[in-house]
Design a binder for this molecule. Structure first.
Ligand code: ATP
Ligand code: MG
Ligand code: MG
Ligand code: MG
Length: 571
């Protein structure tokens, strides 16, 4: 590529709405241009980088056995009604009507469509496992689009969906994607951390995020240096599900619990301090399906840990995780053997009984001191409680759930997310296959996203200086730029620059020849802003001694090399 034939349009000042380095640099280098809030034109320079990311993603997905297809951006509302997300997804879902008044959406993700494909295409266990993916435009009507492509409304995502015959095999598929993601982010030259994560509105029961470490990241991640414990703070702070060993309890209607408070009393007690004083909600279960005990654990004063026998079970959208035994112990300061058959110990009281299936409208609680009722329908039987303080306040230096050392906190940008979905979608949309005995069975699913365009912003956050972008080689729009100083005047400069340009091109290097005859200072500043990893300067002065200058973007010291030996030095 010759610069004279490429569209380069750098600008000195970034627009005011560009708050962070990557957004500013993408605007200033001319990679993107804003069309509307959170909606950008990807200019030729920017698109080259996006394609690089896509290609690495595609290669690793293919290598992991995933099959590329392409699903439409516009999707019929019926499928979203079937899954229940037409109601649940909320205002991020852009809904449109066609000329006949039929409802459609612009896809924010593709679980519905892929599940529809699977139920039509996959008949037998012999067709499983299979993993389909696409790299496609997404639309999410983000409340606060910002940071350029990092939180856009329209953006590019790679989303993959695995289908398996059983859970065991689904977890193998999940692990394959997890491994592929590690290869992708390593190849892209990013510093990242894989963390356990909340499953958000996609649902499912197991998930990891890949977080690029950066101070402007919108996510907080906690980890300890002594083990592989790492989690999004959302998850670390989420209420714990404590699996309880022992005998199942009789189900309760009205339970006498001396000392129990009503909802109103709790609210009164805690008032404004609710969020600060609630240490945790603890749920104990007989098994994963059935929750028998719920506590709101409060810290009052300095030491006083009290359980309050009232709590709103946070809504369906909320993820619970299972606490480790270690966590439970350190939480209550109790000795081994604590997890007894009846509950925990005398400090803890049973307050409600419910199943996961009725969590949505059934919220545990007391409506009459000192009793607790089950089957309470908040909003109908009682005023909707405001107790949603499910946050366990995790701070730097807290003991790690691994039991090995303390927690550190850092900021991250979520660039990838893997979910084990189970049968959430296959059940809602009746995606079955015939198993080996000829019986219909639900497909086990996983879904796996990568924010292709967000990665570009995240990479710049990690790789820039006050002069501009410093591309990791794998993502650079060009690997090498040849700056021909005095192009218009000097025959020998033109000759040597062109010869080197052709040699490099023939060797498969992505090289751009700056033949625009600009002043060296202007030319250099522009390529430093754009961030090309290697700059070669060819000018009369050096050529007199048969030499040209090579400068790596991240260095300040150039090296002079023999012009005839330049290709070998670079390759
Ligand atoms: P976030 O927490 O940042 O809102 P998310 O959890 O809603 O992201 P997912 O549904 O997990 O996003 O989508 C998969 C990937 O798509 C994310 O890991 C992220 O890299 C990317 N992504 C999500 N929202 C955006 C956006 N608004 N702009 C650019 N990329 C996005
Ligand atoms: Mg989001
Ligand atoms: Mg997220
Ligand atoms: Mg996510």
């Amino acid at each position: 590529m010759r610069a004279s034939a490429f569209h380069i349009n750098t600008i000195k000042e970034a627009p005011n709405d560009a708050e962070i380095a990557s957004h500013q640099l993408m605007m200033r280098s001319g990679m993107i241009r804003k069309l509307a809030g959170g909606i950008y034109n990807y200019m030729p320079l920017g698109l080259r980088v996006i394609r690089k990311v896509e290609n690495i993603v595609r290669q690793e997905m293919n290598a992991a056995g995933a099959l590329e297809l392409l699903m439409p951006v516009v999707q019929p509302a019926e499928l979203w009604m079937e899954s229940g997300r037409w109601e649940k997804y909320g205002p991020e879902l852009l809904r449109v009507k066609d000329r006949h008044g039929r409802d459609f959406i612009l896809q924010p993700t593709s679980e519905e469509v892929i599940t529809d494909i699977a139920r039509n295409e996959i008949r037998s266990w012999r067709h499983l496992p299979v993993n389909f993916y696409h790299i496609q435009t997404k639309f999410r009507d983000e409340r606060r689009p910002r940071f350029g492509v990092m939180r856009g409304r329209e953006f590019t995502m790679k989303d993959a969906y695995s289908f398996d015959r059983d859970q065991e095999s689904a977890l193998v598929s999940y692990q394959k994607m997890f491994d592929a993601y590690q290869r992708i982010f390593s190849r892209l030259g990013l510093t990242y951390r894989a963390v356990a994560a909340d499953t958000g509105s996609i649902g499912g029961s197991s998930s990891h995020e890949f977080q690029v470490i950066a101070d402007i990241g919108e996510d907080l991640i906690v980890y300890d240096r002594n083990s592989d414990y790492a989690a999004n703070i959302e998850l670390a702070q989420a209420p714990c599900l404590i699996p309880q060993r022992g005998e199942p309890r009789e189900s309760m209607q009205k339970v006498h619990t001396p000392g129990a408070a009503t909802c109103e009393q709790v609210k009164e007690l805690l008032g404004e301090n609710l969020e600060r004083t609630v240490k945790s909600i603890v749920l104990a279960t007989e098994d994963e399906q059935r929750i028998v005990t719920i506590w709101l654990l409060l810290v009052r004063g300095d030491h006083d840990v009290n359980e309050i026998k009232v709590g709103k079970l946070p809504g369906f959208e909320q993820t619970f995780r299972f606490a480790t035994e270690q966590e439970i112990r350190s939480h209550f300061g109790c000795p081994p053997g604590y997890l007894g058959p009846v509950g925990l110990d005398s400090n803890i009281q049973v307050i409600a009984d419910l199943t996961v299936a009725n969590m949505h409208d059934f919220i545990c609680g007391a409506n009459e001191a000192p009793y607790h009722l089950r089957g309470v329908n908040w909003g109908r039987d009682l005023p909707e409680p405001t107790l949603i303080a499910d946050i366990r306040n995790v701070v730097e230096g807290d003991p790690s759930p691994s039991g090995q050392g303390t927690l550190s906190i850092q900021r991250g940008i979520e660039v990838g997310h893997v979910f084990y979905l189970g049968t959430k979608y296959s059940e809602a949309m009746k995606a079955t296959f015939l198993d080996e005995t000829g019986k219909p069975a639900l497909m086990e699913m996983g879904c796996y996203g990568i924010g292709v365009t967000r990665i570009v912003g995240a990479a710049i956050e990690q790789n820039h200086d006050d002069r501009g972008i410093i591309w990791p080689r794998a993502m650079a729009p060009f690997e090498v730029v040849i700056c021909a100083v005095g192009w218009g005047k000097s025959e020998i400069v033109r000759e040597k620059a062109t010869a080197l340009y052709e040699d490099l091109m023939n060797a498969g290097v992505e090289v751009i020849l700056d033949d625009r005859d600009a002043r060296p200072g202007v030319m250099f500043a522009e390529w430093e802003l754009i961030g090309v990893p290697l700059r070669i300067t060819i000018g009369d002065r050096g050529l007199k001694e048969g030499r040209i200058e090579i400068l790596e973007r991240q260095n300040t010291e150039a090296v002079m090399v023999d012009v005839e030996r330049a290709p070998q030095t670079i390759l």
